[in-house]
Design a protein around this ligand. Sequence first.
Ligand SMILES: Nc1nc2c(ncn2[C@@H]2O[C@H](COP(=O)(O)OP(=O)(O)O)[C@@H](O)[C@H]2O)c(=O)[nH]1
Ligand SMILES: [Mg+2]
Length: 558
Amino acid sequence: MSLEDKGKDALTGADERQVDPAQLVERLDALNRFLRVVDPYLPDNDLVAAHTMVERAGSRLALSQDHTVVALAGSTGSGKSSLFNALARLRLSPVGVRRPTTGVAHACVWGPLEPANRLLDWIGVLPRQRFVRESALDGDDELALRGLVLLDLPDFDSVESGHRLEVDRLLGLVDLVIWVVDPQKYGDRILHNAYLKQFKSHGDITIVVLNQADRLSTNDTDVVLTDLKRLLDEDGLPAVPTMATSAKQPGMLTELREALEKTVAERQAALRRLAGDLDSVSEQLTDSIGPPAAEDEVDRATVRQLSDALAVSAGVPAVAAATANAYRHRAIASTGWPLVRGLRKLRPDPLKRLHLDTTPATSPAPIARTSLPEADAAQKSAVGLSVRAVAARAAAPLPEVWAPALNAAARSRAADLPDALDRAVARTNLGMSHQPFWWRAVGLLQWLFTIVAVWGLVWLLVGYAVRVLGLPALDNPTVGDVPMPTLLLLGGLLLGVLFALLIRPIVNWGARRAGSHAEQRLRAAITEVAREYVVAPVREVLNAYAQAREALSAVRSE
Ligand SMILES: Nc1nc2c(ncn2[C@@H]2O[C@H](COP(=O)(O)OP(=O)(O)O)[C@@H](O)[C@H]2O)c(=O)[nH]1
Ligand SMILES: [Mg+2]
């Protein structure tokens, strides 16, 4: 640091930071990104300040950066207008003898007016309140202030409430504020609480002057300045430059002029102001961002609980039971005793009754609809609870402001759920499209037994007819003592019945297996629906949270 710089630092006493414009723009972009990401999810009220900041910063950066807008602010009679005139060395702004004084700001531009006009349009200073301090008039005297745009603000404590609103508006736009206090009112509560404390992230663009110091002895000036510094310390502004000034006493403005010259030369005030705004806005936003949350925050157990509830509401147990019944029904219809088969086939198929196709899932089923009953109230409320549990699980590590968004996301597609579940059930391949090979084999055997029995019966009948008609008797072979036709008839019948009985447990076992296979496939389909309709929207919010978190840390990084 050069000697000259040291001198200047001693002059202002502030620990000033250098703001890199490129970095500032990066931080602003990050804030913009943050807002874009969180806008759909967080309450508008929490974001107003940030939105305003981004917009203001964009406008200010697009306007002249060669100009520094400095406002003189303070309470009625502190001497703002007098200081304004004294600094401009003109009689521009009416010095208040009557109250209330003017409610609009006056501006004085050092250098040509034209380039500053757009800036003043944006700030909202009426053209007729703009004055020019042409350096040409003063030779080199005013050259050091070229680029300064000085504003004389209305009184913040005016009896007209509109004045205060105008002050607040202007304080949000200017690059640097000189608070003008006088020996009587420097401790004013409103000044400290409503204004200076709110400017604590703007210490590097704040100067406090004790005006009317010509009315105090040097000693008293020191005492008041010390007390003023103590108050500023309490306001959270320990490092702001303070100085005694007088609008009346020639020479008592030198320190202030030098501070202004330095500010104008550095062209940093506008950037520092925006950086300070970014600091305080991002500080407020930190409440909305907590620890990192992984997208897979919704754990398996929670998803499982949800898909269980959905499965019940979609009638999965009923369909699984119907599949088992259908297996039994079809098995008996193909492996039973031919007569029993015929009777079986008269009864409806349990799956077809539910309009459940047995076609594999690969075949497109455009109007797939089951005729399962709608979920009842208890099932619906169980689904509601599990959906909320997903939201709650995802919300657990996040700050509370995110809970409503997660809840809304989890329920965003609730209305489409029943249809989606029904479609999923209808499209699931229940594994019932092919007849097992052994059914056919057993079926053939049963036919064989039946043919044998019928053969025996016919033989017996023919033998009987021969006897009745008195024809020469047939020579009936016997096996042991039993005649062959009887053996064939009884053997065929017995084998058929025995086989049917033996097959039963195997059919039952197969039915249970078919039921549980169907249930597994249905559950997989239901879990897909749960993921798509409930978990995915929640993940979207979690993803937004992660992006917002990253963006905010970029805003806060310096
Ligand atoms: N002695 C003295 N009087 C001042 C000084 N500054 C302003 N005044 C007087 O204080 C009164 C209010 O000044 P004015 O500039 O209108 O204050 P404003 O309300 O803050 O704009 C006027 O009568 C000024 O003459 C100063 O530095 N010394
Ligand atoms: Mg005034």
